[in-house]
Design a protein around this ligand. Structure first.
Ligand code: ZN
Length: 77
């Protein structure tokens, strides 16, 4: 296997991309309801954001651990 063609890395990187996009999206929604003064939705997005941050920690942690152990990541993140 060529070192820059690792399927595991690609899968984890795609997951990292997806979870970061999700964080970005929820943050933008929370900011909008914060500015609109919609407290129930603000709290709802806050809970979603906390769960997504947990997911992000897990996915980024797995990606970094894989890259360190496998040494397949040639380009800096
Ligand atoms: Zn790898």
């Amino acid at each position: 296997m060529s070192p820059d063609k690792c399927k595991v890395h690609d899968r984890l990187a795609a997951e990292a991309h997806a979870v970061l996009s999700k964080l970005h999206e929820i943050t933008a929604r929370q900011l909008a309801v914060f500015e609109a003064g919609d407290r129930p939705k603000f709290i709802q997005y806050d809970e979603e954001l906390e769960l997504t941050v947990g997911e992000k920690e897990r996915v980024i942690g797995a990606l970094r651990q894989h890259d360190e152990e496998h040494g397949c990541q040639l380009e800096p993140l």
